[in-house]
Design a protein around this ligand. Structure first.
Ligand code: GLN
Length: 411
């Protein structure tokens, strides 16, 4: 019998997002990119380059599709890539690691963050995160049933961000704290944590038996210059006592302008790696095989590539920074990463706009430039209302066009 012929009333399905993800809605990056597209605004919101990654890496991927099997890679990653990651680590961190037991290849750093938190943090345990923070951190804690302790990066009158060591020590000493999640160079502030700051963090981790999770995706985008004469990326895992309690996360996307490839990795001692892999195997199991071959080729690049990359981004930073300063935005020039986090109050007062949300909407709808409202990166949104985040990982032509549009606000 045709089941439809019974004419039974059909119950409306109960369809809803799971409670633990309800508070997060749609990520700000997707929302702003959608709005930017609809309004034909220039997208200085979501942090992705509007130029292509290097041809030699793309060619390696195309070739790998034909030269190698296109089947599952091992769950830890293709040996050719895990070896390349371990080699790069040995050069950077000056310590050898075993590629087979200490490296896990993931679907971008975002999956590495999720796998690390889900694989190593128990429900009810607490994780310290500096705020403002990248939005997926808190959502991953919610997926794991873990709790956040936010420690503020306070903004100085000059626009630099720093934490209060006493506040951090107080947080680290709370019962149930399991980990500190650190992002350096930092999104959205552009801060590069100093040697002294990392020393403070390392000491607290050792004294309180915490693990550290470090998101270092902008490690090659550090701008040491008269604005930030001390800027240098230092890996927390290299501090005394930290090798066996740190999970270092990174990715190919930012360094090779291939954010759409979603190739990331986690480096940790074998015991921590076992936790990361326990989750990773059930999240994605393995990552696109041909892209792993190409990622291995990318990581074999000569060091001069990284220097040129940072020089290019520094020039883009300065192009946008000069324009924003002349328009009345206030900020310290970032020492690292893709973003300028600027105080907009001088501009928004002139325009009669109340906060970052209003400013962001106005810029998309009336100026044609999309930015990110940073209050979404705070547990206390009021701390971010006077700020706006601009991405400068764009071509000179895109930045010039955006600057020209922003310049019309003066009138
Ligand atoms: N990391 C990027 C940013 O901060 C966004 C990544 C994403 O959209 N998931 O803009």
């Amino acid at each position: 019998m045709d089941p439809d012929s019974t004419q039974q009333p059909i119950a409306t399905p109960v369809v809803r997002t799971a409670d633990r993800l309800q508070p997060f809605g749609t990520t700000v990056f997707a929302k702003i990119s959608r709005k930017a597209l609809a309004a034909q605004a220039i997208n200085l919101g979501q942090g992705f380059p509007d130029f292509e990654g290097p041809d030699f890496v793309k060619e390696a991927a195309a070739k790998a599709i034909f030269d190698h099997p296109n089947q599952y890679a091992p769950l830890g990653g293709l040996p050719v890539l895990t070896k390349a990651i371990a080699d790069r680590w040995r050069e950077d961190a000056k310590t050898p690691i075993d590629h087979a037991t200490q490296v896990t290849v993931t679907a971008g750093c975002t999956e590495a963050i999720a796998a690390t938190i889900l694989g190593l943090i128990n429900p009810g345990e607490k994780v310290i995160i500096f705020e403002p923070f990248y939005d997926s951190y808190l959502a991953c804690l919610a997926l794991a049933g873990a709790e956040l302790i936010a420690v503020s990066l306070h903004r100085s009158p000059g626009g630099d961000f720093a934490f209060d060591p006493d506040e951090l020590a107080h947080a680290a000493a709370q019962p149930g704290v399991r980990a500190i999640l650190l992002n350096t160079p930092h999104n959205p502030t552009g801060k590069v944590f100093s040697r002294d700051e990392l020393h403070t963090i390392a000491t607290l981790c050792c004294d309180n038996d915490l693990i550290a999770i470090t998101d270092e995706v902008y490690d090659r985008l550090v701008y040491r210059d008269p604005f930030n004469p001390q800027a240098k990326h230092v890996r927390l895992a290299t501090y005394n006592g930290m090798a066996d309690r740190t999970v270092t996360l990174n990715s190919l996307g930012k360094t090779f302008s291939l954010t759409g490839w979603k190739i990331g990795w986690a480096i940790a001692c074998p015991e921590l790696t076992a936790g990361v892999r326990a989750a990773h195997q059930f999240l994605t199991f393995a990552v696109a095989t041909p892209l792993q071959h190409a990622a291995a080729v990318a990581l074999g690049v000569d060091d001069s590539y990284y220097g040129q990359l940072a020089d290019t981004f520094r020039a883009q930073r300065d192009l946008l920074a000069d324009a924003l300063e002349s328009l009345g935005f206030a900020f310290a020039r970032p020492a690292g990463g893709y973003f300028i986090l600027a105080d907009h109050t001088a501009v928004s007062h002139r325009l009669g706009l109340a906060d970052d949300m209003a400013m962001c909407d106005y810029l998309i709808d009336h100026v044609g430039v999309a930015t990110i409202p940073p209050s979404v990166f705070y547990t206390r949104p009021e701390l971010g209302r006077s700020l706006l985040r601009f991405a400068f990982c764009k071509t000179e032509a895109t930045l010039h066009a955006a600057i020209e549009r922003l310049g019309r606000m003066k009138k």
